[in-house]
Design a protein around this ligand. Structure first.
Ligand code: FDA
Length: 378
């Protein structure tokens, strides 16, 4: 073995694939029973509908190197992501756009009129002096739209009143003064035609790559554990940074999600892939309906059944899946201390969203892994 990769998410698999192509013998371990990390998907056994087990994954990028690279393993459909939100029993399009504004205010404002209205409403607070998330959001979009679409949704995501969240949680709240409700602005967007797992398996399908599942790097009963491997072979580590150092500086905080998946005996539950629920009286933040991610599979998917998934957000404990970094001032101080520890680890490269404690979209994880391969390992 020339390289040990801990974690088979997009970061680990990208480094493994590049190294294998360059003639290195690579072993990839993952503590889960499947490869692909959080992008893993599987077909629901009752309906055959592809379900993203760790939350909906939409691929988008403006990075030509990443786009060329991912197309070696999969074709993409022409799926374009759009999100709607239910507030007080009425459905609006997101991100907030001229359609949302005119529907909400029961008006027919032109772009200039809507811009003037939002500017006037936003005058209640100054962005630079906002003391908390609520004041900043009001300074950006005004109180009525904040209270309808941001306040309770944010409180559900963070289990915290936005008055008690730092203003830094949001940098901007996009408002579009036209009717464009495409969610992403990237050059390329789509979903892997044969599903995420087929894509991921093609990346790992190389004679120089050996994948071992159900292997935890910190399990001393495993041959490829930390104690036995560090210093013996170059390592790319994509698990949690604090866990690697046995939480010596404390635990980095994360939010996690709980998913409630249900098969309904219905052709169509909500008519769209994602519906947000903006209000406090509904405990979940959104519902995904997976058949709508792949309209091109209509001839394969059942016409009398559908799979939906409700998503709930909360703070993670050590046993939970870490999904989104909370990133408090304490977390950032801890992160700097862990980075100092990491510099002292001989031939261990820390990468990916867990190994660097940052939210990374798939294209960012793949781009960062390609850079690590070129700059640090190759
Ligand atoms: P990832 O978490 O995928 O992989 C890490 C792997 O390491 C896991 O398989 C884990 O089991 C393994 N591991 C950890 N500790 C270990 C140990 N001790 N021993 C062995 N193995 C260990 N992106 C995007 O572009 N569009 C989207 O729509 C979404 N949606 C989305 C929703 C949700 C809810 C989340 C949390 C994330 C997204 N993402 C996304 C981001 C996407 O999931 C992310 O970019 C990739 O997962 C990053 O890949 P990594 O390899 O860094 O981590």
């Amino acid at each position: 073995m020339d390289l040990l990769v801990v974690g088979s998410g997009f970061f680990g698999l990208t480094v493994a694939e590049r190294a294998a192509e360059a003639g290195r013998r690579v072993t990839v371990i993952d503590r889960r029973e499947h490869i692909g990390g959080n992008a893993y998907s599987e077909n629901d056994p009752e309906t055959g509908i592809e379900v993203h087990r760790y939350g909906a994954h939409l691929f988008h990028t403006s990075n030509p190197t990443v786009w060329e690279y991912v197309n070696r393993f999969t074709d993409f459909t022409d799926y374009q992501h759009r999100v709607y939100t239910n507030h007080a029993g009425v459905v609006y399009s997101m991100p907030i756009n001229l359609g949302t504004i005119n529907q909400f205010f029961r008006a027919s404002h032109s772009p200039a009129e809507a811009r003037a209205l939002i500017r006037e409403l936003a005058g209640e607070f100054d962005v630079k002096e906002a003391a908390n998330l609520e004041e900043k959001a009001i300074a950006l979009i005004g109180r009525p739209l904040y209270e309808a679409f941001i306040r309770d949704y944010t409180a559900k995501q963070w289990q915290t009143d936005p008055k008690n969240l730092p203003a830094s949680v949001i940098s901007r709240l996009p408002v579009r003064y036209n009717y464009d409700n495409r969610y992403f602005n990237d050059t390329w967007e789509g979903l892997p035609r044969d599903g995420y797992t087929a894509w991921i398996e093609r990346m790992a399908d190389h004679p120089n790559i050996d994948v071992k599942l159900g292997v935890d790097f910190f399990d001393s009963a495993q041959a490829l554990n930390k104690g036995a491997s560090v210093g013996q072979v170059p390592i790319v580590y994509t698990g949690p940074l604090d866990r690697y150092f046995d939480f010596a500086e404390g635990e980095l905080s994360w939010r996690t999600l709980d998913f409630e998946t249900e098969v309904l005996q219905l052709a169509d539950f909500q008519g769209t892939p994602v519906m947000n629920y903006a209000d406090a009286d509904i405990p979940y933040t959104r519902i995904h309906e997976f058949k709508h991610f792949h309209p091109e599979r209509a001839d394969r998917y059942p016409t009398d059944k559908t799979v939906i998934m409700r998503e709930y957000s909360r703070f993670a404990s050590r046993q939970d899946e870490p999904y989104y970094p909370v990133n408090t001032a304490d977390d950032r101080a801890m992160l700097l201390a862990y980075r100092e520890h990491a510099k002292g680890e001989r031939d261990v490269h820390f990468g990916g969203r867990l190994g660097t404690y940052q939210y990374l979209d798939m294209h960012m994880a793949i781009g960062a892994a390609l850079s690590m391969w070129h700059n640090e390992i190759a």
